[in-house]
Design a protein around this ligand. Sequence first.
Ligand code: NOJ
Length: 551
Amino acid sequence: MTATGREWWRDAVVYQIYIRSFADGNGDGVGDIDGIRSRLPYLVALGVDAIWITPWYPSPLVDGGYDVADYRDIHPSFGTLADAKALLDDAHGLGLRVIADIVPNHTSDRHAWFVEALAAEPGSPARSRYLFRDGPDGGSAPPNDWRSAFGGPAWTRVTEPDGRPGQWYLHLFAPEQPDLDWINPEVRAEFESILRFWFELGVDGFRIDVASALAKSPALPDLGYSDAENGGAMLMPWDRDDHPHWDVEAVHDIYRDWREIGDGYDGRMFVAEAIVGPPDRLAPYVRRDTLHTAFNFAFMHAPWDAAALRSVIDDTLGALGAVGAPAIWLLSSHDETRHLTRYGRADTRVQGLARERVQPVDLELGERRARAALLLMLALPGGAYLYQGEELGLRQVENLPDDALQDPAWTRSGGDVRGRDGCRVPIPWSGQEPPFGFGPPGSTPWLPQPAEWRVFTAEAEADDPGSMLALYREALRTRRDQPGFAGEPFRWLDAPGDVLHFERGAGLRCAVNFAAEPFALPVEGRVLLASTPLAGRVLEQDTAAWFTAGA
Ligand code: NOJ
């Protein structure tokens, strides 16, 4: 609870730290816990309530840490458990909460359980923690037609301990990320114990990786999609009710147990990464006896279009309001093209890992829209997640050299899809040249930073009132100070179709103009903040403003 008696996670602004790329304390080119600790004052000044740190566990980093080898320790290049504890203490001392990332759908292939499974016999208890199956046709074909999110089949055949080709194991992501079998009680017990381990260390919550994938239809039936229907066969569509591995009903039982565990510790929470299509599919994840919150991907995936955004907002508030859960808005993450770049394209939708291609972009337009989108997002009731660097106006780095790319999607697609490295380029903090304060002078960040980022450093933007950083700070300060932002009630106000105009809480109003035709703000009311300087009380195209209802 907060001092006002509200549960903090209902309207928190959470800052996502992609640990490898945030701040490098030891100069090895990779971000780490010491780096995060050194930047906590920056996050306090920015005005966020909490941080979410992407996986920090020991890992071969085949998928940026989403391949966990040991869930109860810290990767040596990120620090130690003692460092993690020190970070939690520092953050709490500064009034910031800390959300860790739990990866329960799959482990790394270097996890002790998988090593044991490979050495064990088919049918053994060690194998039953994962999804090992015999293939048809004498074992030579995969057990079904499921595809990996990173390209290629979702099955890999193992060599049995006696040297013969043997069973297949399921991996919805890379082959180095074998899926666990959540029907197995040992798997459930192990993760419950992992949750307790970190709650006891002091984490305030967990972001749950691919939360909608854990349960599978027990018979593992074929999906029956052709490659053509599947848009190149990378990410499977999840928009069907009987999908055998996305959003299977049994998944909610797991989270009922997790909620009970979380409720045993004061003020802890979960946020689900559940990519489930329309918001009414999200509601079951956030009922009062399941998880607290879930990312609203429908909002993030929507194009820059008034009608599309309005309908996502309505559907979200309707579906989640019905189960008493807050909406959680976000515009970017470590998995998608940075929204500033996306909003500068002809097609402004998220196209997803599967289909993302470098496209012509108008970055000035993208920046204008990104500024307006921030005010839209932060005016909506609920919580919001910011992705590191968006507050600096970072854009997608679309020209990373091929040999720098590390996303498994790049190799798994045979170089067809460049993957997500372009949104993971290390943060520019200060100075005129790389590493821009990301690490000590002379260190080499794990992905190259563009020379032009000298104008996007936190240092360069700090004292520039027109910078993206200034807008984020001002927006977060206003959101904290204005009582209107504390209220849940939401209603649309009159406006032309290409304008989003609404009132939230006690008299807090927001308007966003998508049309070429300027939109005149009501004559009463005080303007609190505008995404770009206003000429009079008129909103030009792709701008937004916050204002009060009364005088
Ligand atoms: C979602 C994570 O955000 C992404 O980065 C990762 O590749 C997949 N889950 C697999 O863990």
